[in-house]
Design a protein. Sequence first.
Length: 320
Amino acid sequence: MESTIIVLKQVISMCLMAAISYILVEKNKISPQATKSFSGILLYVVTPCVILSSMQRPFIAEEAWGLGAALLLSLVLQLVFIGLAHLIIPKKNNLNIGVERFAMVMSNTGYIGIPMAQAVLGPDGVFFISANIIVFNLILFSYARLQLLRDGIRHGKLAEVDLSLRKQIRHCLINPASISAAVGFILYFLQISLPSVLMTVVDSFYSINTALSMIVVGILLAQTELKPIFLNTRLLRITFCRNILCPLVAILLLAVLDLSPFLANAQVLKSALVIGMAAPCAVATAFMADLFGADGFYGSQLVANSTIYCIVTMPLLYFI
């Protein structure tokens, strides 16, 4: 119960952060276009720093096994979500099938999951949820990106693009999160500490992750008419799948696994993964949809709907 209250307080504080940028956009104090700049900072600077910072810790064999388990479990859960998305979201007469599948499969682990894990579980939680971030980015730059590109072709905004396996593997492996994860793993296993000056820079960017992430969410919400999205049954259906169905599937699958004989803080690992999976639609649903020719406005509506409802769903799921 105490952990649920902590989650609820964290959700409320994060919503207040988002409300500040929402109000600033409404009052024309900052431009809605700022999301592209802030998202770039988050994608190319802050998220890599979060991953690097979480891996600057003493090597403990048991924890290393736990990290491997977290990677494997995250991958399995993401593949299960992809399977569910293909079963639930119809292909017939649906120009937005890609963005809907993207929204259902991809949770906001980086912008909401990490800050939540940091507040509720501490450094150990961030360490384990970083495995989810690594898998998230592998899926983001492969399956999810491919779904949006196909939407762009359906909308006629893109000509035929190179969807070859070689091209997808390249995007999957060569991106900021994957590169920082590879560097982080090398530093962790070889026990190489970053110089104090560089570590100060990394930790400084790490510390702004929550605030900057919620600023982006608030700006996106300000660009969406909030009242209509509560009445849109299709949006509510995707939100239900993202905010409730996928996390419940994760909780049930993790519940049958007893990792305690192999890992002392197995519960922290499970809790970190649940927090990551219970986060709302990834903010990337909006800005990547726009980038790849899919319906970016519809993506922002999905993000807005899912993010608002997570105020209720995340504390309830963590209580379960």
